[in-house]
Ligand binder design. Structure first.
Ligand code: SAM
Ligand code: SF4
Length: 433
């Protein structure tokens, strides 16, 4: 009988990519994906613990699965993978004895072994288990782990040291994706510009990697995430400018607008160094879109330090900001050595202040696109409208004749802070003068 699996994914794009890779491995054994745990033989939770909230979501999901099994509503194995699983899993085993297997991020082999599937199945370094494309866009991890050890962050403890994948294997994976209908790839890393630094000898950088895949037929766009200011070299930024299929879109988390806080976070750069990178990008690509991540309420954050962050957002005018309240993560340097002393109410106020300011800035920036024509890669259709993204990664809903995977010109009729609306240029009403 066909075995069925269900994968629940929480967290970042890297987890999405890992889940797809695991699914590809299971598919190779003839297993079938299901939408929910009902009727599944295997349920995998691919977890995120970057903030307490995401960890709690995984824990309550586990509770629901346990209850289903107890009530006889399911007879499945449970696998927990992702950032909830550190190098030692004894604590987890004690706490969740009903879980059949714990797998660290990308440790796919153990999952297959646990299921009695011992063939050369999948996992990062088996090109035969490249993920199966599920649409016109795909994530491709190029460097795993992180060496930076920002004081608030759990990632290096869970994902290990920076480890780049061989360039030819990545290019092969992208070619496989493109063959399956993918038109846009996003190259992933926690610090994606660190790509290649860990290779012993010849060290291709992110620019070389993008150049190596650039001319694959039918590949329309190459994106990359997440930028770490210190690893962004002029050479890489120039490669973004010079390679036409690489989009002018940068996600560069700054995290804070005050140097003393950046130091407490141990981010490894000053604000003036951050500004230098942004200025360089904008001088080479004036139309570049830049987004960022901000943490509010980090240990010891004073009102005036918080005001510095607001000022930074006014100065840089990011296209979008992901803002989070500081959440202490056990085991990190901040959780061990600093006090989480900003009250929750203050954190919430600061979060809302950032959201309000950014809504105003994003609206202003997006309004400038009204009346322009934008190149859109069509990703899908919802409620009788198509949707896709501009090269600068802005979401666009539009009407007109097209199909998924097409690259079309869309005339932008309306803009809000969150998205743009338009009409395919061929269907746009002629301007009445
Ligand atoms: N590597 C990227 C960087 O250098 O910022 C981001 C990776 S991190 C997993 C994703 C985002 O989660 C961060 O940008 C940060 O804003 C947020 N984050 C990480 N640890 C956090 C914590 N302890 N509390 C709140 N937000 C956190
Ligand atoms: Fe976490 Fe800092 Fe590494 Fe980003 S660079 S993953 S925030 S330790």
């Amino acid at each position: 009988m066909t075995q069925r699996y269900h994968i629940w994914t929480e967290g970042c794009q890297m987890n999405v990519a890992d889940s797809q890779k695991l699914a590809a491995g299971l598919d190779r054994f003839g297993w079938q994906a299901t939408d929910g745990p009902e009727g599944a033989d295997l349920v995998v939770l691919n977890t995120c613990v970057v903030r307490d909230k995401s960890e709690q979501r995984a824990i309550s999901h586990l509770g629901r699965l346990k209850a289903m099994k107890r009530k006889g509503q399911g007879d499945f194995k449970i696998v927990v993978m992702g950032c909830m699983v550190g190098p030692k899993d004894d604590e987890l085993r004690k706490r969740f004895p009903y879980v059949d297997h714990f797998a660290r991020p990308q440790a796919f082999e153990g999952i297959f072994e646990n299921l009695g599937l011992s063939d050369d199945t999948g996992g990062e370094f088996w090109p035969t288990a490249f993920p199966t494309p599920t649409g016109p866009t795909a994530y491709v991890p190029v460097i795993h782990g992180c060496d930076k050890f920002c004081t608030y962050c759990i990632v290096p403890y869970r994902r290990g040291r920076e480890t780049s994948r061989p360039m030819d294997e990545i290019v092969q994976e992208v070619a496989h994706m493109v063959h399956g209908g993918v038109r846009e790839v996003t190259l992933l890393g926690q610090t994606v510009e660190a790509y290649g630094l860990d290779f012993p000898e010849q060290r291709p950088d992110l620019g070389d990697l993008m150049a190596a895949m650039h001319d694959l037929p039918n590949l329309e766009r190459i994106r990359f995430l997440t930028s770490y200011p210190k690893n962004m070299t002029r050479k890489i930024i120039e490669a973004v400018r010079d390679l036409p299929r690489v989009t002018e879109f940068f996600n560069i988390p700054v995290q804070h607008g005050s140097d003393p806080v950046l130091e407490r976070m141990r981010r490894g750069y000053t604000l003036s160094e951050f500004h230098e990178k942004v200025d360089l990008i904008r001088s080479l690509m004036p139309e570049a879109s830049i987004t960022t991540d901000i943490i509010v309420g980090f240990c010891g954050e004073t009102e005036s330090e918080f005001q510095d962050t607001l000022r930074l957002l006014e100065e840089v005018r990011f296209d979008k900001v992901h803002v989070a309240m500081y959440s202490p993560r056990p085991g990190t340097i901040a959780a061990r050595k600093m006090e989480d002393d900003v009250p929750l109410e203050v954190k919430k106020e600061r979060l809302h202040a950032i959201e309000e300011l950014e809504e105003r800035i994003s609206t202003q920036l997006n309004l400038r696109l009204e009346g322009t024509d934008q190149e859109i890669l069509v990703e899908g259709r919802r409620e009788s409208r198509w949707y896709g993204r501009t090269r600068s990664n802005k979401l666009v809903h539009f009407v007109g004749e097209t199909q998924i995977g097409d690259v079309v010109t869309v005339h932008i009729d309306r803009a809000t802070a969150w998205s743009l609306q338009g009409t395919t240029a061929a269907d746009a009403l002629p301007l009445v003068l």
